[in-house]
Write a protein that binds this ligand. Structure first.
Ligand code: UDP
Ligand code: MG
Length: 319
């Protein structure tokens, strides 16, 4: 169906200052890739001249495709919209602000072909152009994700990456909302490699990622990749339930020893019994909620490398 070798997906939100610079740098590089390509710009509900600029560019750059979202949906959703439309055998996602150098795309493509991998992560070897605050919060974020879940996400990899058609199809097939792609992609377990690049300062305009958005991304990352917080609640419930039973037993023993005021025992017994039942039930409920949630995310539970049933003869011969 598709003849496009490489798709470049670019989310753009109010990037009028950056677009001319981005195009000026990307277009000559694209000519040198030596393959068919398309650039899929996702205008994430921009309120500035971004849509006008993109339409104008389209008239003289046939490889440019533009998707405009009706309202601002956010960085991750904008990339998702682009991934759903990209037709290439390989797809690169890159920021519009030139913080991810477009020169690296060619290297990613080379690595993907030479090492025959499905994903090539762009890894920021040098983040000195990011603020100290951003570096510290990013580190804390990836540390907690690694501790809480079993996703092996690279600490310095963002959303600058190349993916094969198989990977993009797998991402597109996931029904999950609020996907944090930089965690979802490693969780899919495709063979991968990485290339280092130097994170550059934003070419023009301002960051579209205020603190609130960064926090949102972290919360999505943790809740999307770990039911540890839910488990914690479950354990708290069980603990509370056990404590309530202990209180109940104590109240009955105290009554038998005649050491209580009339009415005290029945009150304590009722309160603790009801409390114990509620907390234990809540814990059980939590486990089922966790299972439902994981099932809804519909991520693969295992990855098949070779299957002699399907690919008879293509499996590697063991030396
Ligand atoms: N972006 C987007 N929608 C948003 C916010 C950002 O499409 O709601 C795009 C933005 O145009 C840029 C990329 O996502 O191409 C990264 O955003 P930005 O450079 O502002 O983030 P930072 O590098 O400061 O983390
Ligand atoms: Mg940026």
């Amino acid at each position: 169906m598709s003849e496009v070798e490489l798709s470049v997906v670019v989310p753009m939100f109010d990037e009028q200052e950056v677009i001319p610079l981005f195009v000026e740098r990307l277009r000559p590089l694209a000519a040198g890739w030596g393959c068919t390509y398309e650039v899929v710009c996702v205008d994430d509900g921009s309120r500035d001249a971004t849509p006008v600029l993109l339409q104008r560019l389209r008239r003289e750059w046939p490889e440019l495709r533009v998707v405009r979202l009706r309202a601002n949906a956010g960085h991750q959703a904008a990339i998702s919209a682009g991934l759903a439309r990209a037709r290439g055998r390989y797809v690169v996602t890159i920021d519009a602000d030139l913080q991810d150098p477009p020169e690296t795309i060619g290297r990613m493509l080379e690595v993907a072909r030479e090492e025959d991998v499905d994903v090539v992560y762009g890894v920021r070897s040098d983040r000195s152009t990011d603020s100290a605050f951003k570096r510290v919060t990013a580190r804390a974020f990836y540390r907690s994700i690694r501790a809480l879940s079993d996703v092996d996400a690279h600490v310095d990899a963002g959303d600058f990456r190349l993916m094969s058609r198989a990977t993009v199809d797998a991402v597109n097939a996931l029904p999950e909302h609020d996907r944090v792609l930089r965690l979802v992609v490693p969780a899919l377990g495709f063979p991968s490699a990485s290339v280092d690049y130097r994170r550059e300062p934003r070419a023009a305009g301002e960051s579209k990622y205020p603190l609130a958005r960064m926090l949102r991304l972290s919360v999505d990352g943790v809740t999307g990749f770990s039911i540890a917080p839910l488990r914690f609640a479950t354990w708290l419930g069980l603990l509370g339930g056990v404590a309530a039973i202990v209180v109940l037993v104590y109240a009955v023993v105290a009554m038998l020893l005649g050491d209580t005021l009339p009415g005290w025992t029945s009150t304590v017994v009722i309160v603790s019994a009801v409390g114990a039942v509620q907390l234990l039930a809540l814990g059980i409920l939590g486990e089922y909620v966790g299972r439902t949630y994981t099932a809804l995310q519909a991520r693969p539970t295992y990855f098949v490398a070779h299957d002699s049933l399907v690919d008879a003869g293509t499996a590697p011969t063991v030396p």
